[in-house]
Design a protein around this ligand. Sequence first.
Ligand code: AMP
Ligand code: MG
Length: 358
Amino acid sequence: MKHFFRTVVTALTAAAVLCCGCADTGERKADAAQDAAGPWQSVDTAMGTVVQMTVYAERREAAEAFSGQAMELLAGLEREELSWRLDTSEVFLANGSAGSGEGFLLSGELSALLSDCLELWERSEGAFDVTLGAVTRLWDIDRWAAGEASEDFRPPSEELLAQALERCGSGRLRLVEEGAGLRLYMPEGMGLDLGAVGKGLAMEKLLALLADGPEVTGAVISLGGSILTYGSKPEGGPWRVGIVDPFDTSDSIGILTLEGQWCISTSGDYQRYVEADGVRYHHILDPETGAPAAGDVRGVTVLMKDGLLCDGLSTACYILGPEKGMDLAGEYGAEALFVMADGTVVMSEGMERYFREQ
Ligand code: AMP
Ligand code: MG
């Protein structure tokens, strides 16, 4: 599925992006006169999610070329680095080395990513853990998140969960410096699942691509729960990014008004879930139990400049809840906003500068 059209969306909001995450927007909406001024928009899929881009460039060809490069970048990131399913990816190969004496030499990029993830694991007191592969596979998150076979889903038994949990734990990883990278040693049966930071790394790479191409002067790119803003609009004015209402995902609870480059990541129990026997199971797991984190948070949005940490923090903060989560976000200089199960919204002081209720 790919749609590419040009339009004049003057008050572009990622609320629209977020709210119509799966919507079919594939029409060329503008007439020739509007074409000259407006941004280019495209809708496509990559990394298991809908990717929506709004790109400002003087020449249509430059915006189109950027969009194509960005989609290639995302496909390559999945294929060569992050996928645990594709045998071409580093994560797949690293997981295959678990239990082996020689371990696996990670690239410089994945070495840096894993180091950041381990720091977040430590600072979140274990709530954030990228070694949950054995457990996330047991829940089959990827399959029901993609809408496959969710009607015959059954939650794993406690016994199976306990067995899988024994094969998890960032504390059981060993990393040894080697050249420009790290050699990773994982115990038998352990598997990395980088789902909580994949879109974050993608945002970092997209920002580097944008910085490389001077013809693109402004952009908003939405990758499911993560959104980046870059540069500015030719006509001026801020970026407006909506935060989805967990109680009505077609609506937003409010708008972030932002200038220039930002990363915004949201983790919530409404994003990926499955139901069985009237019980709803979501995709953010508590490493202590292996089950979906059972707190009183519905969604967390983190705002910061760094894409990878932004994505990681939103997942960690969801599990930690507002008190500990706010402290953790603060340690990283990030702003956080929590939507609670009773509908209240709790946010960091800094977030108040950017957020306005709908
Ligand atoms: P996100 O949507 O960014 O919050 O990431 C959720 C994804 O991260 C899930 O689909 C899992 O692949 C993975 N995940 C689930 N629970 C955790 C956790 N406690 N720590 C790290 N990754 C997790
Ligand atoms: Mg995340």
